[in-house]
Each structure stands twice: as structure tokens, then as C-alpha cells.
Design a protein around this ligand. Structure first.
Ligand code: CU
Length: 463
């Protein structure tokens, strides 16, 4: 019998008694742990089983297990959850064990794994173990390899985690609805030899997207492309935790994409190599340096770099619409239009009406009331003012003093004197461009002093 203490790995996890989950076979079901908050939970070293270096799930947690006669047993509970997307906004999602996405599952190459899946959703579900080598009947495709898990029922999946690598899990049942509602999770099979592919910090998270109308709580599941909340692990900036690392750390970030579009993931200040996909580790000879890697739908990319340079380095999706939040979508462009006073008038009729500023999209100085339970387009207050970001954005914080294993936010970077972009306050010379012909900076053609020789192409000869 395992003690509660051994089983308990993350702060905020609460045990749900097995009896509350299933009356049948309560004695043999592992406890189902449930997470009650969206903070990053750093897992301690594995309490039993073979050793590995745990990953850190951004705004997520790793699922505890129990060892039962050499088998690693997990208990996933598919259920409706309330997920805080960022302070000020919550969504009614579907997920696993109290949160969405579900907890990260971490095992070691060669482990025999038994996963109990209890369905507390109002419709049937299944779990597909994306990328795994396993018996066909464990692949989790409703109708094809198993019947759906009916509401209230528990199914058991069992296989040997043969291939080390990075995987995902998600339903293969009413997929469009269930994935749009947030049913997904991360899976890492660590190599048998913990020194293989070892890094100092190993971050993981999923890309996901939701369409939640301002003022409402439940995603519109029929949306195909026009989502208004683009998230890292179902969080939007500034609700996404930063990634603190120690200068000189070898860092890996694994990003899985279960949205409906691709995301070019971009890191500032460092180059990285793509060292892994959900198909396995990339051969070293196949790697080239990048600062952006596109993660297509249904793909995982693991990137690695040495955090050489101190600072607060932005890490984000490079699609600019994916770094804005709900209130930035579907608003008209007003650049160059003087609409002072108009917005206030319209606001009296349409309370959630919102317009772009006439000097750009910035909301600076526009104090529009926003509806309940949504987020402004751009937010986040940095040391120099508004960061004007939302959605898929966070910060890699490289610090000299960050202790090994310490993932607490070190605060803002303190720039050495003379290393921050600054305002020029000296005299400005007159611009030295020609304005004689419509402002072009080069002489226009057909002026008397310009001779042009035009040679027309004549046939296909000469080759
Ligand atoms: Cu994106």
C-alpha cells in the first residue's frame, strides 16, 4: 500500500478518493489526483520506479503514479473543469484531473504503464496516445480499435513505453468538440540512461486555442480558424509563467501543437537546434541553427540551446494575431481616422463596442470598458511600460544567480549601465532626400538629363 505522501508530488494536488470515482473495483483503482490551480508545479525527483530528470510543464503539473508489481499505474479522469486562462478570465473547459490541459505523464523507456481512464464527461470519450509504439488495440481510436468509454465508465490502457521521446495524448472520440474544449495532455518517455539527452532545464507545454466570446465562459466548438484566445497550455500572456534559467544552462523546450493552425515559435537573443520531434530525436547531422521553428498541427518540436546571454528574452508565436487576446479580434482598423467622441457615443448603444486607436492599434489612453470575463487585446506591464502582448507570449529569464532547480520568477532583468536603447536628444539634421518630383528619393525617369537605353527582348535566341 502506497502512502499518500509518496503519491503526492505537486503542491495544490488533491486526492480524490477512488471510491468517489468508481464503486466497482475501488480497491484496485489508483487514487485520482486533481489539481486546483493553474500555476507551474515543479515535480520533485521520482519517488519510485527508475530514475529520470523530470520535465517542468508550463502552467501545468506531472501526474503522480503508483507502482503495482512493477507496473507504473496512472489514473486519468476526463471531466469538465474551470480553467483560469489569465487573472480576470476563466473558461468552462473539458480536461483531465481538475485542469486543462491534463497533467503531463512521465515514464521511463521500457516501463510497463497502466493508465486507468475514468469518464466523467456527459458523452463518450477515449484516449489516443499520439506517437507511441503500442498494441493496436491500445491506440484509443473510438469505433476503430475500441468502443467509446461511456459516461461513468473506466477503461484500462496498458502498454510498454518502448520508444523514448515526446508524445501527446488526446481523445479520438467526438474529436472536434472534445479538443476544442481542451482535452489534451503531454507525455514524456525518458531515456533508460538518464545521462542521455540530459539538459539542465526541460520545459514542456502544448499550444491550444479557444474561441470564447467576450462575456461568456464556454468555447464555441464549431470555430475552425478564427479563434480569439491563443494559448500556451491554456494560458494567455500575462498569465503564462516565465521560464527562469541559470546563465550557462543547457535548456530544452518541447512544444506540442494541438490547435487548428501552425505556430512559428520564436526565441529572442539565442539560436537553437531542433533536437526532437514526436517521431524521436533528430540525428545531429540533420540539425541547423534557427531562431524560429514552425510547429505544424499535430506536431511536437523540441528545441535546445545554451542560455548564454543574461536578460529577459521574449519567447512567442510569431503570428502577430496569436499574441493578442479576445478584445483585439474583429475590431475595425481606424488608423488615420479621427473618431474622437464616436466610440463613446456608440458605446452607449453597444456596450462592448471597441475601436482601434487612430495612430495604430495601441489601446494607450483609450479607457474602454470591457465586458465581464474577457481580456484586453494587449496587456502585461513590463519595467518600461506596457508590453502590448497577449496570447502565445512569455519570457525566458536568464540570470547568473538563478539556483539549480529554482523556477521562481527572478523579477525583471537589471540592465548594466549603458546597455539599454535610449532617446537621442541632440540636434536632428535635415533629411537629405530629393523632394523635387513627388518626394521620391531617386530622380524620376524622362528628365532631360537622364538617358535610358531600353533593349526589348527579341525572340528566344542566344541560349
Ligand atoms: Cu501562433
Amino acid at each position: 500500500m502506497i502512502s499518500r505522501r509518496d503519491f503526492f508530488r505537486g503542491a495544490g494536488a488533491v486526492a480524490v478518493s477512488a471510491a468517489a470515482v468508481s464503486k466497482v473495483g475501488a480497491a484496485s483503482l489508483p487514487e485520482a489526483m486533481s489539481m486546483n490551480n493553474a500555476n507551474t508545479q515543479v515535480p520533485p525527483p521520482p519517488p519510485n520506479g527508475r530514475p529520470f530528470n523530470p520535465v517542468v510543464t508550463l502552467n501545468g503539473w506531472s501526474l503522480p503514479w503508483r507502482m503495482n508489481s512493477g507496473v507504473k499505474e496512472f489514473h486519468l479522469v476526463a471531466e469538465p473543469v474551470v480553467r483560469e486562462l489569465a487573472p480576470g478570465m476563466k473558461a468552462n473547459l473539458w480536461g483531465y484531473n481538475g485542469q486543462s490541459p491534463g497533467p503531463t505523464i512521465e515514464v521511463v523507456e521500457g516501463d510497463r504503464v497502466r493508465i486507468f481512464v475514468t469518464n466523467k464527461l456527459p458523452e463518450h470519450t477515449s484516449v489516443h496516445w499520439h506517437g507511441q509504439r503500442l498494441p493496436n488495440g491500445m491506440d484509443g481510436v473510438t469505433g476503430l480499435t475500441q468502443p467509446g468509454i461511456a459516461p461513468g465508465k473506466t477503461f484500462v490502457y496498458e502498454f510498454v513505453a518502448k520508444r523514448p521521446g515526446t508524445f501527446m495524448y488526446h481523445p479520438h472520440a467526438d474529436e472536434m468538440a472534445q479538443m476544442a474544449m481542451g482535452m489534451m495532455g503531454f507525455w514524456v518517455t525518458h531515456p533508460k540512461d538518464p545521462s542521455l539527452h540530459a539538459v539542465d532545464r526541460d520545459f514542456v507545454f502544448l499550444l491550444n486555442a479557444y474561441d470564447v466570446e467576450p462575456g461568456s465562459y464556454t468555447p464555441k466548438i464549431n470555430t475552425m480558424l478564427d479563434f480569439n484566445l491563443w494559448t500556451f497550455n491554456s494560458r494567455v500572456f500575462p498569465g503564462i509563467d516565465s521560464m527562469p534559467v541559470r546563465q550557462g544552462d543547457k535548456v530544452r523546450i518541447r512544444v506540442g501543437n494541438l490547435t487548428m493552425t501552425n505556430h512559428p515559435i520564436h526565441l529572442h537573443g539565442h539560436e537553437f537546434f531542433v533536437t526532437g520531434t514526436d517521431g524521436g530525436w533528430t540525428p545531429p547531422a540533420s540539425r541547423w541553427p534557427e531562431v524560429t521553428t514552425d510547429v505544424a498541427v499535430g506536431q511536437m518540436r523540441a528545441v535546445e540551446f545554451v542560455a548564454t546571454d543574461l536578460g529577459d528574452w521574449a519567447f512567442h508565436c510569431h503570428k502577430s494575431h496569436h499574441t493578442m487576446n479576445a478584445m483585439g479580434h474583429s475590431v475595425p482598423t481606424m488608423i488615420g481616422v479621427d473618431h474622437r467622441g464616436v466610440a463613446e457615443k456608440i458605446n452607449k448603444i453597444v456596450p462592448d463596442y471597441m475601436v482601434m486607436g487612430d495612430k495604430g492599434g495601441s489601446m494607450g489612453g483609450m479607457e474602454m470598458p470591457i465586458p465581464e470575463n474577457t481580456l484586453p487585446m494587449m496587456m502585461g506591464e513590463g519595467p518600461f511600460g506596457g508590453v502590448e502582448m497577449g496570447g502565445m507570449f512569455t519570457v525566458l529569464k536568464v540570470r547568473k544567480e538563478q539556483k539549480r532547480g529554482d523556477y521562481t520568477d527572478p523579477g525583471w532583468y537589471k540592465h548594466p549601465a549603458g546597455t539599454v536603447a535610449y532617446e537621442w536628444t541632440g540636434a536632428l539634421p535635415e533629411p537629405s532626400r530629393s523632394t523635387s518630383a513627388g518626394g521620391q528619393s531617386m530622380p524620376v525617369m524622362n528628365k532631360p538629363n537622364v538617358e535610358l537605353t531600353v533593349r526589348k527582348p527579341s525572340g528566344h535566341g542566344g541560349h
